[in-house]
Design a protein around this ligand. Sequence first.
Ligand code: SF4
Ligand code: ZN
Length: 115
Amino acid sequence: MPTCPRCHQSVDAQAIACPHCRTSLKAYGHPGIPLHRAGSEEYLCQSCIYDQDDTCNYPQRPYAKECMLYTNQTPLAAQRSKASLDVSLTLWIRRNAGWLILLAVALIIILRTFS
Ligand code: SF4
Ligand SMILES: [Zn+2]
């Protein structure tokens, strides 16, 4: 369940305003248009994917405190990080293939010796 950005109480995902502190949670009072809010010390653009890829032309960029289109870049960064890890692991396996085969043979010999 989402939480209110101001009072951090749980709120219904469709709520137009927080029932605890009355903060607006949707733009134009429409339940289908989320209104994202920054914390007191930060701007939304700092972590928005549209600032990262330089496709945003909103006038409030890069100091947006409220925005309907804000999209957190973390999922994309996490995907890139995972892809980078996959590539690194593949390269490491290719570089050390000889040692890995030798290790596998040694393990087979050890297992056969003690079985
Ligand atoms: S979409 Fe909103 S939060 Fe994202 S960069 Fe533009 S103004 Fe900032
Ligand atoms: Zn609230």
